[in-house]
Design a protein around this ligand. Structure first.
Ligand code: 4NP
Length: 159
């Protein structure tokens, strides 16, 4: 089974949204049992919390379940996952610093790097200090990037 982990800073806004969007797409594609999806944060200060209420509400507006319990990404997680999907450049840099070897480093990607229409190095913007419309934008960005990522997974892993 292929294993993906979406990672943002707090694991209460962007990465649970990415996780929910990807799980939704996998279900639609009949691939829910072929790919496992999780999420985590580079920081642990929201560990144990539900996703932010605004993230859950945005998920409902898009027909996507945004759920889970926040946790911090640990070095050992690199061994558990095949793809570690960073939401922004700061998350990417923190994860790269945590990666113990080239094998771990090879698993690390910026989520939007799978969307050929995103500018090089593009981030999923942090909506935490924003408004509902910023959460909707995160949903839209994740829908596009996750759809492209799923196409790549199907090609590369013959799903
Ligand atoms: P996330 O958003 O990284 O998308 O979960 C944030 C959550 C919490 C904070 C910042 C961003 N915070 O500063 O507490």
């Amino acid at each position: 089974m292929l294993k993906l982990c979406f990672v943002c800073l707090g694991n209460i806004c962007r990465s649970p949204i990415g996780e929910g969007v990807m799980r939704h797409l996998l279900k639609q594609a009949g691939l829910a049992s072929a790919v496992e999806v999780d999420s985590a944060g580079t920081a642990g200060y929201h560990a144990g919390e539900l996703p932010d209420a605004r993230a859950r509400a945005a998920g409902r507006r898009f027909g996507v379940e945004v759920s889970g319990c926040a946790r911090q990404f640990k070095r050992a997680d690199f061994a558990r996952f095949d793809y570690v999907l960073a939401m922004d450049a700061a998350n990417f840099a923190d994860l790269a610093a945590l990666a113990a070897d080239a094998g771990a480093r090879d698993k690390l990607h910026l989520l939007r790097s799978f969307d050929p229409e995103s500018p090089r190095g593009a981030s999923v913007p942090d909506p935490y200090y924003g408004e509902d419309s910023d959460f909707d934008e995160v949903l839209r960005i994740c829908q596009t990037a996750c759809a492209r990522l799923l196409e790549k997974l199907r090609r590369d892993h013959e799903l």
